[in-house]
Design a protein. Sequence first.
Length: 126
Amino acid sequence: MVSKREPNFIIYANDNVKLHCNFTLYTTCGSIYYYRTASGVEVDFIIETAMRRPDSPSPLVAIEVKRAERWDRTWDKPLRSLAENSGIQVDRLIGVYCGSRSYRFDKVEVWPYGDFVKALFAGEIF
């Protein structure tokens, strides 16, 4: 995969949600973004899993990464906030951390970073 720097731009998913893009990672899927609300809530990676079409929103995978040995459930909130917005189709909510256990909290999957990287390279994330 090759990343290419582009100017900053904002995609408005609806009146309340902005997907900010500082760079585009060209993949066989779509682009990669990050999510941030006006109140400062952020999700680290928003990855389009299919190319955008004018008649429907792109399916997305949202990934929050934390450098911590224990997963804090408050880190689920930005992921859930993104998924609850209309006009956005989030297929997977994933948390990645430095611990050793996998968890599932409703729609949020939490992975140890080593397991996540293996799954990513095996094509199991998107």
